[in-house]
Write a new protein. Structure first.
Length: 260
């Protein structure tokens, strides 16, 4: 019998998709979450209520697992992510040598966002922490692009930064890639993975407007600065590694059907 695969942050957007993918493949997920299980959570997943930063019940979570897919993150307190990852690695090393899979972001070392600097630091922790490891950089999720265009769509004129392109990936497609890595031999820095299409932010906004039944005029706004220049140079894209299969338009149709 195969041992469980631990999913940290298993109640977040990506973590839930990873748990669902593991169950679809008849692999046993173990969820580490700061909150107790509730009625919406899958009953067939093992559950540990604990905290990576404090260390509470982390030893129980990592006990006798094959792999760890480390989805837990707190974008408002990235220093906690660093401490939590260090705690996860150190605790796992006490009881074995599970394969650690860490999802990161395409262009994280080229786009000068403060959050990205933390992500690069966590990648380095994973690489030198002593566990077998794989790091998978992914492009932005459809959900993030939807948030961007939906927020702009609150106004009759949709203000969007000009010159931007995205290659959004569906969360289940990303989860499938992470599970592929977790059940295989450690691969180190895996090839970057992105969605099926590179599109301008204007095209993505038009798709949202049509799907949502909104009439909006899109206005490109020149935004200065190093961060936006890095995005305009395409450091957030990986056009030669189109792993995802679901387009943003198909994702929108699914969201609209669900009343989103």
């Amino acid at each position: 019998m195969t041992r469980p695969i631990l999913v940290t942050g298993g109640t977040g957007t990506l973590g839930r998709a990873v748990v669902a993918e593991l169950l679809d493949r008849h692999r046993q997920p173990r969820v580490l979450s700061r909150r107790p299980r509730n009625s919406a959570d899958p009953t067939s997943a093992q559950w540990v209520t604990g905290d990576l930063v404090s260390g509470e019940f982390v030893a129980d979570a990592v006990a006798d697992v094959d792999s760890i897919i480390h989805c837990a993150t707190d974008y408002r307190h990235m220093d906690n992510d660093v401490r939590g990852t260090r705690r996860l690695i150190d605790t796992a090393l006490l009881g074995g040598s599970p394969h650690l899979v860490y999802p990161s972001i395409v262009g994280v070392d080229r786009i000068p966002l403060k959050m990205y600097r933390f992500k690069v630091g966590i990648e380095e922790l994973v690489q030198r922490g002593g566990l077998p490891w794989s790091v998978q950089r992914l492009t932005q999720f459809h959900d993030l692009v939807l948030t961007i265009v939906r927020n702009a769509g609150r106004f009759p004129l949709m203000p969007l930064p000009s010159g931007l392109q995205f290659q959004p990936i569906d969360t289940p497609d990303a989860a499938r890639r992470l599970v592929d890595l977790a059940i295989a031999a450690p691969s180190g820095r895996a090839p970057d993975a992105g969605g099926p299409l590179v599109q301008t932010v204007e095209d993505l906004a038009q798709q949202w407007s049509a799907a949502a039944g909104k009439k909006r005029r899109i206005v490109g706004v020149p935004v200065p600065g190093k961060v936006m220049r890095a995005y305009r140079q395409g450091w957030n894209l990986t056009p030669d590694n189109e792993v995802g299969t679901v387009t943003f338009e198909e994702f929108l149709a699914r969201v609209i059907r669900r009343g989103g």
